[in-house]
Each structure stands twice: as C-alpha cells, then as structure tokens.
Design a protein. Sequence first.
Length: 121
Amino acid sequence: MTFRVLAVACVSVLAAACSKAGHVDINSGGPKSVQTQSRSEPIYYNGQHYALNYTYNDAMKAFDMMVSGTTAPMKSDAQKDAINIASSSLGYFACPEGQRGRLVGSPKFKGGVWTLQARCG
C-alpha cells in the first residue's frame, strides 16, 4: 500500500512539472517578467574589464546590446567573449530566474565595440 501511494505521488509530481508552460511575460512587472529597463553595467570577465550597455527594443521584442572593453579595446576575434558577456549578463540583469539571454541574429563588430541583439529564453 505504501509503495502504491509513493508511486502515485511521484507520477503526480512528474506530471505537474512537465505541464508548466514556458511563456515569458514581458511587461507585467511580476517575478517572472523580463525587466526591460535600460542598463549600463561594468563587467569583469576572464580577467578583463568590459562595459555592457543595453536597451529594450519593443518593436523587435529583443534587447539591443553593446559590449566594449574598458581596459583595452575589444578586437574582432573576441566574438565569443562578447556573446558570453551579453547572454550571461542579460540572464542576470533582465531575464526571469533560470533563463539566459539568447542571441538573435549575428553579432557585429565596429570600432572596438560588439553590437548584438538578444532575448530571454
């Protein structure tokens, strides 16, 4: 009898966990909503200092992001670093708990600055 109760409880928990929707509410201000306020943040990543600036682009439903070096200019071969900085920082500052930023489109490099677009997801 105890085994059956335990088995039913486990199945119920698993079914409830699988039924949760992956919907992200953009502007309601609740705990699971995306924080769309513009930010400028200093970032320390792999021993270097960077500046991250982003604004929410309502038309694209994505964040316009810029990553630049503060101790030394970023280089054209630092695309991977720029993507990692943008996606993890967006996840920390703007996305609901447990989500990271994910890139939308291709990053672009010009004059020591990487520009990217990202969404929570």
